[in-house]
Write a protein that binds this ligand. Structure first.
Ligand SMILES: *[C@@H]1O[C@H](CO)[C@@H](O)[C@H](O)[C@H]1NC(C)=O
Ligand SMILES: *[C@@H]1O[C@H](CO)[C@@H](O)[C@H](O)[C@H]1NC(C)=O
Ligand SMILES: *[C@@H]1O[C@H](CO)[C@@H](O)[C@H](O)[C@H]1NC(C)=O
Ligand SMILES: *[C@@H]1O[C@H](CO)[C@@H](O)[C@H](O)[C@H]1NC(C)=O
Ligand SMILES: *[C@@H]1O[C@H](CO)[C@@H](O)[C@H](O)[C@H]1NC(C)=O
Ligand SMILES: *[C@@H]1O[C@H](CO)[C@@H](O)[C@H](O)[C@H]1NC(C)=O
Length: 547
């Protein structure tokens, strides 16, 4: 079949658009050389040389470290020059256990501290000396471009040969009050002298090129943030981090929020703007999406564009993933795609005067996501009832409750089959509203069951009413839970007479170390209420704590 002119034209346009799209995505990825970083803390990836090679592979040529920069186990004979390319670290910087003499982080300008060590520190420099022989160790760390640590503090200690860092005015760099520099109890006679005249006594290393350049303490009072000199005309634009080369938002060394081409700005230009004449959102031809700390005209591969103008990995609830014109995006559900199945619970609608979930009504809960009313499971469900011709409830059928996300009334369990060791059938339950309460005050009750853990890992809110969890003789973990963030008003949690604490600990039924102090719903990492901010275990927290 012969192609007509319009279809040919269409094909070419599509091809051209396709290439435009490809080249733009590549441009986005090429913008800066980025790498993921590491989260090993103090573990060594094999023998020291293997560890070194893996570190070198991770950071060679990298300008922006999206995660953490961890420099550990460098020996005097290693070449550390691969670290010179690094300009920005989004997570923390850890420099520990190195015997090498000098670590040339000479271009590092900013540490953002999006993840912190021990929930406090964005920079930790510790234990940089030979195991037994303190005559060997790190002597120079010329971070002469380091101007700003956006979040988190600094901890430096146990570096018996490290010179100069005690002369640095950290208040110029760090926003937090958390600055801990431990004095070393050794002779530093091998150190360079910091030049009073050239550097005013603050040096990263020998020579005038290693003077600390102040960008905050030295500023005129008018400056909104940083500056490049003492005069009011030397102030940097408020969107600059680290410092600047001139007064405009295009002169920043690093952007505080977003980089949009050459400009630093608070937000990226939105992809949709409100047209007041027609009361509708219209697409903005100059709109961009925020991706990390930059504005991009297309989200990179594997990221989804949202209507709010950001690139995300998964769509929020209330929106779903679609492909439109070759772009994957999150689209808002407008009634059509809402997957909620609403059904009557105990005390509401069809079940208005029914006492308990039982074999006759359990089928109505299949696929249900929102329960208007309550979930109340009594002994009568197990035994059945001759009078109302209700058979025994098949425990398998309780799985129909698995999709429930919201209960507007209460959830009280007075019978739960022993084949289930936890309540993970309710693992999708996010909110109990407690608009009706058992005995007028209980909105979550689990009493005298054989379960060993709760498993309610999605539960984020109990809006009203008390929580009563008692006499569950095998139940561990329940005492760990901090209810305050889950409660919304003046509510109580009565957690009593469950599994004895010593027995739980003895059997290892305690929260996973990655869980924060908020506790957990059960064993493993998936049951934590929240997590410690650092990754990789608790050793580091303790380590940096004891420096
Ligand atoms: C420590 O290291 C230095 C330099 O490598 C060496 O001269 C000295 O003998 C060592 N001391 C000990 C106790 O190993
Ligand atoms: C410092 O070193 C000296 C001599 O080695 C020792 O007597 C003193 O207790 C040390 N001080 C501290 C605070 O460790
Ligand atoms: C030099 O340092 C002192 C104290 O640290 C400070 O008061 C003074 O303003 C500094 N001078 C200059 C020129 O930065
Ligand atoms: C079981 O549920 C059915 C339907 O909701 C109801 O008619 C019956 O009375 C209930 N039986 C018991 C013992 O609660
Ligand atoms: C529940 O969802 C499944 C899968 O979507 C479907 O096959 C089934 O018919 C639904 N049941 C009810 C009662 O809606
Ligand atoms: C809940 O109500 C019961 C019965 O009215 C009462 O005995 C109990 O003290 C109440 N609990 C709280 C915490 O108010």
């Amino acid at each position: 079949m012969k192609e007509t002119r319009p279809t040919l034209w269409l094909r070419w346009t599509c091809l051209i658009l396709f290439f435009l799209f490809i080249s733009q995505t590549i441009a986005v990825q090429k913008e800066k050389r980025v790498c993921l970083g590491t989260a090993n803390l103090f573990s060594r990836m094999g023998p020291v040389d293997e560890h070194y090679q893996s570190m070198k592979k991770t950071f060679s040529g990298c300008e922006i470290v999206l995660g953490n920069l961890e420099i550990t186990f460098l020996e005097p004979y290693h070449d550390a020059s691969f670290l010179e390319s690094i300009k920005e670290v989004r997570g923390y910087v850890l420099i520990a256990l190195n015997f090498i003499k000098s670590i040339p982080l000479t271009n590092l300008q900013v540490i953002r501290g999006n993840t912190l060590l021990n929930r406090q520190f964005a920079l930790c420099i510790a234990y940089n000396y030979g195991n037994k022989n303190k005559t060997q160790g790190l002597e120079e760390l010329p971070m002469r471009q380091l101007k700003e640590i956006v979040r988190g503090g600094v901890k430096i200690g146990r570096n018996p040969r490290l010179c100069g860092l005690d002369t640095i005015k950290w208040e110029d760099i760090v926003m937090s009050d958390n600055i801990l520099i431990l004095a070393e109890n050794v002779s530093l006679s091998h150190c360079f002298k910091c030049d009073m005249e050239a550097c005013n006594g603050s040096c990263w290393g020998p020579g005038p090129e290693n003077c600390q350049i102040l960008t905050k303490l030295s500023c005129a009072r008018e400056c909104p943030g940083r500056c490049r000199g003492p005069l009011p005309s030397d102030c940097c634009h408020s969107q600059c981090a680290a410092g600047c080369t001139g007064p405009k938002d295009t002169d920043c060394l690093v952007c505080r929020r977003f980089r949009d081409g050459d400009t630093c700005s608070e937000t990226c230009p939105p992809p949709y703007i409100y047209n007041p004449n027609i009361h509708q959102l219209e697409s903005n031809p100059r709109g961009k999406f925020s991706f990390g700390y930059s504005c991009v005209s297309k989200c990179p591969n594997n990221y989804l564009a949202t209507d709010l103008g950001s690139c995300v990995k998964t769509c929020q609830s209330g929106s779903y993933e679609v492909e439109e014109n070759g772009v994957r995006r999150c689209k808002k559900c407008d009634g059509m795609c809402t997957k909620d199945v609403i059904c009557d619970g105990i005390g509401h609608g069809k079940l208005q005067s029914i006492m308990s979930i039982n074999s006759t009504n359990i089928d109505d809960f299949e696929n249900c996501t929102i329960v208007h009313g309550s979930i109340f499971i009594l002994q009568v469900a197990k035994k059945g009832d001759v009078f109302t011709k209700t058979p025994k409830l098949n425990p398998e059928k309780l799985k129909f409750l698995r999709n429930i996300r919201e209960i507007t009334g209460f959830l009280v369990i007075q019978w739960w089959p022993e084949i289930y060791a936890d309540l993970s059938i309710f693992e999708n339950l996010e909110i109990i509203r407690g608009r009706t309460k058992l005995y007028g005050n209980i909105s979550l009750g689990i009493i005298d069951q054989k379960i060993t853990s709760l498993g309610l890992r999605s539960l984020k809110e109990v809006s009203d009413g008390d929580v009563v969890i008692k006499q569950n003789k095998n139940l561990c973990f329940a005492d760990s839970i901090e209810w305050k963030p889950i409660f919304r008003t003046n509510q109580q949690a009565r957690i009593k007479n469950n599994g004895p604490a010593e027995e739980c600990v003895h059997n290892g039924n305690v929260c996973h170390p990655l869980c924060s102090d908020q506790g957990c719903w059960g064993p493993g990492t998936k049951q934590c209420l929240s997590y410690h901010e650092y990754q990789g275990g608790e050793e580091c927290g303790q380590f940096c704590n004891t420096v």
